[in-house]
Design a protein around this ligand. Structure first.
Ligand code: NI
Length: 177
């Protein structure tokens, strides 16, 4: 297990659609997920998608620990989600501030569906299905966007709501993102 480098916005690999995982329960897949978990925790991320460590597979992880950047993150169980499918359960959309380990130091106001069902598989190929709302729904939408080559700044409606975290939120402890 090891902490991997997170690639940053501007790298074309972040813009490519990821491929589905075809074989579950393999040593390679377990190692990938262990490295993603180490990397997410080392960087205090709320989640991480495989393309962020330059692996073009449909694998995301999120939740499971208290991130100082996202105090709500401890409400989300640690989840490995592979080959995900998302379904909005209502038209209701909410704006919320997001950051991304691939866009360090920045925050933007991003619209996301409030109510979401997601389906996929864990690392052993067991089905995962949850109905979630609010911050949990936001994190899943953000991470799964990475699998389609979408970074959150592409979804900001008004770019006046995009800036440096320490300028937007002065007085809050500066995280290294
Ligand atoms: Ni991100």
């Amino acid at each position: 297990m090891s902490v991997r480098d997170v690639i940053r916005m501007g790298d074309p690999r972040l813009l490519e659609p990821a491929r589905p995982v075809e074989r579950f329960g393999t040593p390679e897949l377990r190692e990938l997920i262990a490295d993603m978990s180490d990397t997410m925790r080392a960087q205090n991320g709320a989640g991480l998608a495989a393309p962020q460590i330059a692996v073009g597979l449909q694998v995301v992880i999120f939740g499971g620990f208290r991130s100082p950047r996202y105090p709500e993150s401890d409400e989300i169980p640690y989840t490995v989600l592979i080959n995900p499918e998302l379904e909005a359960l209502s038209d209701e959309v909410e704006e919320g501030w997001e950051g991304c380990l691939s866009v360090p130091g920045m925050r933007g106001l991003v619209p996301r569906y409030r109510h979401l069902r997601y389906r996929g598989f864990d690392d052993e190929g067991r089905p995962v299905e949850r109905t979630v709302a609010d911050f949990h729904a936001r994190v899943v939408q953000h991470e799964c966007d990475h699998l389609a080559g979408i970074l959150y700044p592409m979804r900001i409606r008004d770019l006046r709501n995009f800036g440096f975290a320490d300028v937007l939120f002065p007085g809050q402890p500066l995280q290294d993102d």
